[in-house]
Ligand binder design. Sequence first.
Ligand SMILES: [Zn+2]
Length: 346
Amino acid sequence: MPLKELNVNVPYIIRVGRGTLSETPSLISEMMGERRSTLILGSSSVWPEVEWLSSELRAAGFGVRVAKVRAASPEEVSRLVGEGRGSSLVIGIGGGRNLDVAKAVAHELGAKLASIPTTTSTDAMATPFAILWEDGRSKAVRGATPLLLVADLDLIWRAPDKLQFSGFGDYLAKVTALPDLELAYMLGKEENFSPVAVSMAYQFTDILVEVADGIPARDEEVWKLYVLLLALDGMLMSMCNTTRIAAGSEHLFAYALEEVSGRKLLHGETVGLGAALLAPLHGIDREYVLDALDRASLPTSFVDLGVSRDEVVTALTIAHKMRNWYTVLGEGISREAAERLVEGLA
Ligand SMILES: [Zn+2]
């Protein structure tokens, strides 16, 4: 068997803690040396921080351009690439949508990337893919891996609770995504696989589940771990050469549920609950998943998400068509099987 090359993309510097934003200008100065032109991409909600950072960097001799991210779409990426021509660094400040755009813009410009997340609603902060939206459907495009990741808990804790906690649901998706990936690999339906990355991902998930209560309790040590693990998803994906180490049948189900309900659901909440829904197909105790969701203050029933039982059942029957991924859903499941699976959750 030919040896595949091993790639590990991981941020060079990760700073997680309270007040870490204040260290950003000096970290960037060190990282960039003499190459001092930057494009800062942010949203209205963090505009005071964008202005503070730009004035600090100008004082340090940087040429700074700033732009507001209006949408996570391919057109918006092209517009911002135009604005950022010649920049050697892109800094993204904001929620998942902003960071996705910043990753794509940095990749297209061939610039370095610094990522400053203001929410922890998904693992988007340091994954090498950017989710862009076109005609109501999402697609993943290549994005830069941030060289610098600054997660300031004082900034993140200002976000609505849901946007802080739902990243736990996105992480918990591994409970089903990992056995899905193993199943696909064992059956010869997926080539990209790394036993080391998979075993790390299992351990990381166990560790985070154990301390889930500390997330709504704002336990600082738990939060450092939580943000670090979200940030390391990009590393796991690069080692495995697939996002499937963090996304399996529960993600397929979530995409299907958005399509069926015609609503934009909170990603982490939906995939977390999707993992509880699909766990029994892998022989995993559903209570283990529900208990973890509950301790992290995430929804434990589809009623909480505001979707009907019928929508959940229909989504289950079409989920396998959402991506070209082989999962435990195989070639699809019947309506009867879906009804049985939904029992107790909707
Ligand atoms: Zn996800």
